[in-house]
Ligand binder design. Structure first.
Ligand code: NAI
Ligand code: A1CAB
Length: 267
């Protein structure tokens, strides 16, 4: 299977690294290109054994899956490269936030199958949650091949195309929202007495340990929280302080703004 990535930035590299490190695809079957950073492509060739080229005929010839991994505002420059040279074998897999399948088909002037995915950078550690939608003409056997690829770097959920906006807000951007929250937690913790170094290590371990509990425990979130909260204790005091702030409202606002931006990006 020949897989091409147009774009080798943050999200694409998380995916092709996951595919190679899980032994799902060999580096030599993955072809990379980007706007102009040949040094980056050479570096990836020496570490992952991936191929690279700026020749679109070479890239697209016999390519089974062609990942569109550029920013939405770079799509037009990508169309100039792909449109004249694509062929019937190419199945397109776009990860561009917000850009609808019909717009991809129209701009590329193609009736080839198109899938849209919305992964996240947790693909680096094979933990992406990836939403996926397909054009009507995507063959079942090709869908299965693509699901197998997605499984190599996390879990996937098939959704209606319109729901990809929700997936983008909740899990596509989600790691950034959680990182931001953890940053605030570290900033606050730094105002207590531990050294900054100890605080940083302690909070990182706290986050990792809490995530492992979520993974391994059968208890609900609120039960896990209850198990830490002694009557009249420290946790109760901290939680009462938190409850004075509109935390749910803050996240409703955050997710709605991300979702609205996803809709705008497709216009
Ligand atoms: N970073 C993230 O967490 C996520 C990103 N996405 C989507 O993935 C896409 C890429 O995002 P990032 O990897 O973060 O961006 P990035 O800026 O890290 O990488 C973009 C890549 O596109 C390449 N590029 C630009 N114009 C090109 C052209 N004409 N031909 C070939 N390559 C070209 C650049 O050289 C670069 O390698 C975006 O559409 C974004 O919406 C989706 C989910 C999560
Ligand atoms: O910020 C963005 O637009 C992309 C989509 C999801 C994560 N990063």
């Amino acid at each position: 299977m020949k897989i091409v990535f147009y774009g080798s930035g943050n999200m694409a590299s998380a995916i092709f690294t996951g595919l190679i490190e899980s032994n799902t695809v060999k580096g030599e079957d993955i072809y990379l290109t980007n706007r102009s950073d040949i040094e980056e492509l050479k570096r990836l060739n020496s570490t992952l054994n991936t191929q690279y080229s700026y020749d679109d005929v070479e890239l697209l010839s016999n390519a089974d899956f062609v990942f569109l991994a550029v920013k939405p505002h770079d799509f037009d420059s990508l169309v100039e490269r792909i449109q004249p040279h694509h062929n019937a074998n190419n199945k397109f897999v776009s990860m561009m936030a917000g850009v609808p399948i019909n717009q991809i088909k129209t701009k590329l002037q193609t009736s080839n199958p198109v899938a849209r995915i919305m992964p996240n950078t947790n693909a680096h550690v094979q933990q992406s949650v990836t939403g996926i939608s397909f054009s009507d003409n995507f063959e079942e056997s090709d869908k299965q091949l693509l699901f197998d690829l997605l499984d190599a770097f996390g879990t996937s959920i098939e959704v209606e195309e319109d729901s990809l906006h929700d997936v983008t807000a909740i899990t596509g951007s989600g790691p950034a929202f959680l990182y931001y929250m953890y940053e605030q937690y570290i900033n606050a913790a730094n105002q207590l007495g531990l050294s900054h170094e100890d605080t940083d290590i302690a909070v990182r371990k706290l986050i990792i340990g809490t995530a492992r509990m979520l993974e391994n425990s059968e208890l609900s979130l609120d039960q896990l929280r209850e198990n830490i909260t002694s009557k009249g204790g420290t946790t109760k005091a901290g939680l009462d302080a938190l409850a004075k702030h509109p935390i749910e409202e803050i996240f409703v606002d955050c997710l709605n703004e991300a979702l609205n931006r996803s809709k705008e990006l497709g216009k």
